[in-house]
Write a protein that binds this ligand. Structure first.
Ligand SMILES: Nc1ncnc2c1ncn2[C@@H]1O[C@H](COP(=O)(O)OP(=O)(O)O)[C@@H](O)[C@H]1O
Ligand SMILES: [Mg+2]
Length: 255
């Protein structure tokens, strides 16, 4: 198989819900093995874009390729190349963590489902909790289990839709570490977030989705260069990603 350097390619993607134009021509590329953060306010269209890329929704116009397969004409191949973890953990409460993992491994027709489950429990520091019902897990443990489930079958591309929304700070750090480990292992990660610090800490590249378009796309350093450093007396204050974001979307800081 040919090496695919670009894991995700999106061109001119448009999507409306009736009169509501959510995506008005989205263009982006995600390099293989990188972490790409799609930043946007509530309702910006992040989930809509992720749903199109994961073949759950059809675009009205434009093209998107994931792992070099076209999402519209090669949906089956795309689905075999990805996993999607939504904002709300999709784990079964009644089953134990280990049973959840085994269930997914069997659904994916993998042999050694027990060994796969044990390996993932270890990777996500859930070995102790593996024999317990998920109903007893904390939010962070559920999200880690959800992430572990999405890795079964080693998909080369994963979509994480607001992976840390609703988590406490400690659990967020755990999820961040898990995401970093994934990318280090060669997995391409596209995550959406409303949290500027999440993008700042995790992402190799950051794109801001605003009013249906990607209004900026670059590394954190590139984004910070969009605003000149503010000189206060003798101290140079570098703009934070929050300053850049608020300046670009034209919003005012409310505090
Ligand atoms: N199935 C749908 N039908 C109608 N409107 C929708 C549907 N899905 C999303 N929307 C609307 O599209 C906009 C973008 O939604 P979404 O992609 O969920 O944004 P985000 O994930 O960035 O918060 C919102 O205004 C939302 O209400
Ligand atoms: Mg969303």
């Amino acid at each position: 198989m040919l090496a695919v350097m670009t894991a995700i390619q999106v061109q001119g993607l448009e999507k409306s819900f009736k009169d509501l134009k959510v995506l008005r021509g989205v263009d982006l590329e995600v390099e293989r093995g990188s972490i790409f953060a799609l930043l946007g306010s509530n309702g910006a269209g992040k989930t809509t874009l992720v749903k199109i890329l994961s073949t759950l929704l059809k675009a009205d116009a434009g093209t998107a390729r994931v792992h070099d397969f076209d999402v519209a004409t090669q949906a089956g191949e795309v689905r075999e190349s990805i996993s999607l973890t939504g904002q709300f953990a999709a784990v079964d409460e009644i089953l134990t963590g280990r049973e959840n993992l085994i269930l997914v491994a069997r659904l994916r027709h993998l042999k050694n489902s027990g060994a796969i489950a044990d390996d993932l429990l270890k990777r996500f520091s859930l070995t102790e909790a593996g024999a317990r019902r998920v109903a007893t897990y904390s939010g962070g443990m559920r999200r880690r289990l959800d992430l572990a489930m999405s890795l079964i079958g080693d998909p080369p591309v994963i979509f994480l839709d607001e992976p840390t929304t609703g988590l406490d700070p400690e659990a967020r750090l755990d999820v961040w570490q898990a995401v970093k480990d994934l990318a280090e292992g060669g997995t391409t990660v596209l995550l959406t977030t409303q949290y500027l610090d999440e993008a700042e800490h995790l992402a190799d590249r950051i794109a801001i989705l605003h009013e249906g378009r990607i209004i900026v796309n670059g590394t954190l350093a590139e984004l910070k260069q969009l605003l000149p450093p503010a000189k206060v007396e003798y101290v140079e204050k570098q703009p934070t990603l929050e300053d850049v974001f608020l300046s670009l979307v034209g919003a005012k800081k409310d505090n």
